[in-house]
Design a protein around this ligand. Structure first.
Ligand code: SF4
Length: 417
């Protein structure tokens, strides 16, 4: 196991706004940032979303401490303008960033002030999406952690199970159906589709993570007395089966019932993987640390697609939350935590992988050197959880290799002509 603390190549936590604002359709994300933050969001989100965005950037210019009072006034003015134009917004997130002029602002106080003005029509919360201390998926962790204290407590009909982590609506519907068939009728998803309808929790509520990058949220839920169901992450057939069985076991649901509920979707998923497995078996894959999904994904590509793991990098390793997936990694896997990008690039070169999973910043230079890459951020944007998505998840790894093959063929044809 390598531990590295050198230069990192990762996006910042603001990126999470792209999938969070798609999920919570009555929430607005106001980034308090610089022009760089605005450009990042415009370019990262602009090419990937087609609905009207519910996020924006209040650009805070260079100011000394004496100018902070004006900055607060300006922030209140912008926030009020946003809310006045959008009467459907129920939660406003003030999202902090890393420029020094923003760090000087007390966004918690700003949120309290705005709450006095807008409550009960709008709840105003704050969290940090700063690039100084986060990987890009930690933006979601910070956002959900800010929501946890607002989960309503109910003694009457609290959720039995809280599924924690943003999943696509289609995945949520599929999981809900499976839970119902298993006999779990009162299951809630967090974050919900509407931020104003946060799920009620109670003394018996247990939670399970659907995403591996939610350590702080998990800690906050446990601090409220909720039990965390320890499970692998629901990626691919094996991960999904392990996840569902861990939940069923926690609620005392009979294993045979679970097997009969999952039989059909599991068979469909195995069939969907066949063609990809034939093409990907024995291909070598290298994971750079970026999304924190690397370890469960490595388990999927190795056990279900037959790929050889050269190195599996993760930005942070929470051994407790990752225990099941860590145990599934082959014993000889090179695992690295953190990053020293130059050294890691050298190791990657020596490993000669067929496919590299990495952030956008590394993908283009590697492609230029003839290495096939997969953007790790695409694995967070795409619906990849559960049985019905297993084939699509495999296709995300297969596509870059197919593309390389086609380019090679095309070059060969041109050479002949
Ligand atoms: S939060 Fe920091 S890292 Fe992220 S876009 Fe803004 S300036 Fe860049």
């Amino acid at each position: 196991m390598l531990n590295e603390r050198g230069q990192r190549e990762v996006f910042c936590g603001l990126t999470g706004i792209i999938w969070l604002h798609r999920k919570m359709q009555d929430a607005f994300f106001l980034i308090i940032g610089s022009r760089t933050c605005a450009h990042l969001m415009q370019s990262a989100a602009g090419v990937m979303i087609f609905a009207e965005p519910r996020f924006g950037t209040a650009i805070i210019g260079e100011r000394d401490l004496a100018g902070l009072a004006d900055a607060h006034e300006e922030l209140d003015r912008v926030a009020s303008e946003v809310l006045a134009c959008r009467p459907n917004i129920r939660t406003l997130f003030l999202v902090g960033s890393c420029p020094s002029e923003v760090i000087k602002l007390d966004l918690e106080r700003a949120a309290q002030r705005l709450n006095q003005r807008w409550h009960p029509q709008v709840k105003v919360l704050n969290y940090s999406g700063s690039g100084i201390e986060t990987t890009f998926t930690q933006g979601e962790d910070a956002c959900l952690q800010a929501l946890v204290p607002h989960l309503p407590l109910s003694a009457k009909a609290p959720a039995q199970l809280l599924v924690v982590g943003t999943v696509a609506d289609v995945v949520e519907d599929q999981f809900s159906q499976l839970f119902k068939s298993m006999g779990l009728n009162n299951v809630a998803f967090f974050p919900p589709r509407r931020s104003a309808e946060l799920p009620a929790i109670g003394p018996g509520t247990r939670f399970v993570l659907a995403q591996p990058f939610l350590s702080d949220t998990a800690r906050a839920l446990q601090a409220m007395g909720m039990e965390c169901i320890s499970a692998p992450f629901p990626l691919g057939v094996q991960g999904t089966t392990g996840w569902l069985k861990a939940i069923a076991h926690s609620f005392g649901i009979d294993e045979q019932r679970v097997e009969s509920v999952i039989a059909a979707p599991k068979a469909r998923a195995l069939k969907a993987l066949e063609a990809h497995r034939a093409a990907l078996a024995n291909k070598r894959i290298f994971f750079f640390p970026d999304s924190q999904l690397e370890i469960p994904l490595a388990c999927f590509v190795h056990h279900e697609l037959g790929m050889t793991l050269t190195e599996v990098g993760t930005p942070y390793l929470n051994r407790q939350l990752m225990a099941h997936d860590l145990a599934r990694l082959p014993a000889n896997t090179t695992l690295s935590e953190g990053q020293d990008v130059d050294k890691q690039l050298q190791r990657c070169q020596q490993a000669e992988p067929d496919l590299v999973v990495c952030g956008l910043g590394l993908a283009n230079p590697l492609e230029a050197q003839g290495v096939a890459t997969k953007w790790s951020i695409e694995l967070v944007f795409s619906p990849i959880h559960g049985y019905e998505q297993a084939g699509d998840l495999a296709a995300l790894f297969h596509r870059p290799l197919k593309r390389r093959q086609l380019i090679g063929q095309r070059k060969g044809e041109l050479a002949w002509n």
